[in-house]
Design a protein around this ligand. Structure first.
Ligand code: SAM
Length: 308
């Protein structure tokens, strides 16, 4: 299948990244939607490092941006949580700006064999990095009822978490659950939403987050990116659900000197520091026109901060 992904909030990203000169990082380069434009603006004044954990994305982008590839554009297969090691190996000490466009690409959702979608029947995979060992099938067939229900509740905010987990245990007692269709049918049996979302939506979101350790990687990626960001360098993050956005917001608050401890705590434990200036008081959302053209943009939120 062709690699297709429409970049979200493209104009806003270019405006807020303030591309000027030096080394920039696209931590989730995907299909190179931002990368191509950043390179165009940079010209010969700098270079871009594009990271992605999905080899399919890198294969596509190395061709799509072949005029820059291995010149101003270096593509690295890796996890953005590992950015310090990635940059160290490249002998890069400081970067002028970084963008994280979180979650999965349209290609990953739409290409059925990747197993991210309940709309097609495929092996229960859901790995962004296909060299990773752990798949969704492993979690579904090996975790306890308590662990499954915690994942569905915490990562999917699924009201029917225990019921779905119970049905998973029941069904896998008869035979191994191997496909997206089998899992979607279990969710369909357990869930009675009034809202117009597919009953398996939250189950699939939760599992995907767990398989790819998305929230842990985000926290690490942000902390590590801050260590290599130059003074006045900008960090941009686009999130697509409230769990991601909460991590970004708390990270920005903590490093702009605000305490993020829960209100009940008498002594602060979060150790706030003043390293960032938050530039977006409220997150930037796509305009209606963009959502009309690209409905997948509808939940996007862009937050921007600058190193001080
Ligand atoms: C929303 S897409 C990015 C699309 C990109 N902005 C574009 O214009 O094509 C997210 C990409 O980030 C990658 N990704 C997600 N989490 C990652 C992580 N922790 N480390 C490296 N890549 C990651 C995914 O494989 C996917 O290709």
């Amino acid at each position: 299948m062709d690699y297709k992904h429409t970049p979200v909030l493209l104009n806003e990203v270019l405006e807020w990244l303030k591309v000027n000169h030096g080394i920039y990082v696209d931590a989730t380069v995907g299909g190179g939607g931002y990368a191509g434009k950043i390179l165009e603006i940079l010209g010969s004044a700098g270079s871009l490092i594009g990271i992605d954990c999905d080899q399919d994305a890198l294969n596509y982008t190395s061709k799509y941006l072949s005029q820059y590839y291995n010149k101003q554009l270096k593509l690295i297969k890796g996890n953005f949580s590992d950015i310090l090691n990635i940059l160290k190996k490249m002998e890069v000490n400081e970067i002028q700006g970084i963008i994280f466009d979180l979650g999965i690409s349209s290609y990953q959702v739409d290409f059925a064999p990747r197993g991210f979608s309940f709309r097609a029947d495929a092996p229960l995979d859901m790995r962004m990095d296909q060299t990773q060992k752990l798949t969704a099938k492993d979690l579904i067939n090996e975790l306890s009822k308590e662990e499954l229900s915690r994942i569905l509740r915490d990562y999917g905010q699924e009201h029917y978490a225990r019921k779905i987990a119970g049905l998973i245990i029941q069904e896998r007692g008869k035979k191994i659950i191997k496909t997206t269709r089998e899992l979607a049918e279990i969710a369909e049996r357990a869930v009675r939403y009034k809202k117009k979302i597919h009953p398996a939506t939250k189950t699939f979101q939760a599992l995907r987050i767990a398989v790819n350790k998305e929230l842990e990687n985000l926290s690490l990626g942000l902390e590590n990116a801050l260590k290599v960001l130059a003074k006045n360098g900008r960090i941009l993050v686009i999130s697509y659900h409230s769990l991601e956005d909460k991590i970004v917001k708390q990270f920005f608050n903590k490093y702009s000197g605000r305490c993020i401890c829960s209100p009940g705590l008498i002594i602060c434990q979060c150790n706030p520091q003043k390293k960032l200036k938050v530039l977006t008081k409220k997150p930037i959302a796509p305009a209606k026109e963009e959502i009309l053209i690209n409905p997948r943009a509808r939940s996007a939120k862009l937050r921007v901060a600058c190193k001080i």
